[in-house]
Design a protein around this ligand. Structure first.
Ligand code: AKG
Ligand code: FE2
Length: 260
């Protein structure tokens, strides 16, 4: 069964954000969301910083700067929240004197153009989550979904969401390859058991049809999609692709909460 009413990425409006939440469109794009010169300077600074490891994932050749909740969600909450200040400081150093805070820009766009109140997620008794990790990526990000209520077994605030989206801003891309492919197949409790055991990805047999969009991001683009749609990244083994990202959860009060 096909869900999408178009095979194109759409503009950021309240109507389209509603359609994205309902799996009716493949994604949303804002071209030149951040100035290219800003992205190139951030990319230069990031390449001088050593990216941290993301070594809980065996198959994704990815390094990151910032804290990724998935990596720490099985530990005591104090472990994750204990790392945020230091991570935020590293990120703030990257933007230093550039006068743009991309995460705030995304929050403003979600509320001004997207018509949804948005803020960084909070955990009672611990404070704000971290949002806006940078990723340096090589190779193939295999077919997967991201859905905190399914994948996180402990009671964190980010599991109290009815839908999960993501935003990505691209800082360096490669010419040819590096496409993001989003499929018109939705993750469900019925297809979850097809996930490769002890790993994050699914076999292609999970796809219900061939319908997909292939997006070749450009520097400065903002792309939103629903992470409960299966997706993969067709990277190149030798070339690096740098992006910044966080998840976006639709909360029970109708607002959006961000976390990485
Ligand atoms: O890097 C990308 O284009 C997409 C990354 C991804 O899998 C996600 O945002 O959930
Ligand atoms: Fe993903």
């Amino acid at each position: 069964m096909s869900h999408w009413i178009t095979n194109e990425l759409c503009a950021l409006t309240k109507e389209n954000l509603d359609l994205l939440i309902d799996f009716k469109i493949p994604g949303i794009i804002v071209k030149n969301f951040l100035p290219k010169a800003f992205c190139q300077e951030v990319d230069r600074r990031l390449c001088e910083t050593s990216f941290g490891n993301y070594d809980h994932l065996k198959e994704i050749p990815v390094h990151h700067l910032g804290v990724c909740h998935n990596q720490w969600c099985r530990d005591e909450k104090s472990v994750y929240f204990g790392m945020i200040d230091e991570a935020q400081k590293q990120i703030d150093d990257i933007y230093q004197a550039l006068n743009i805070d991309p995460v705030q820009e995304v929050i403003s766009a979600l509320s001004n153009e997207g018509g949804y109140p948005a803020e960084v997620f909070e955990e009672e008794g611990f404070g704000k989550y971290f949002a806006g990790a940078f990723r340096s990526f090589k190779g193939h990000g295999r077919l997967h979904v991201d859905h905190a209520p399914t994948h996180i077994e402990k009671p964190w605030a980010v599991t109290e969401i009815s839908k999960q989206l993501t935003w990505n801003i691209y800082y360096s891309v490669h010419n040819g390859g590096g496409e993001l492919v989003i499929y018109d197949t939705i993750h469900t409790p019925e297809n979850e058991p097809m996930k490769v055991s002890n790993d994050y990805y699914f076999p292609y047999e999970v796809l219900e049809n061939e319908v997909c969009v292939r997006v070749q991001p450009e520097i400065g683009d903002l792309i939103l999609f629903n992470t409960q749609n299966f997706h993969e990244i067709l990277g190149q083994p030798e070339a690096t692709r740098i992006s910044q990202t966080s998840f976006i959860g639709l909360r029970n009060d109708g607002s959006l909460g961000l976390w990485s």
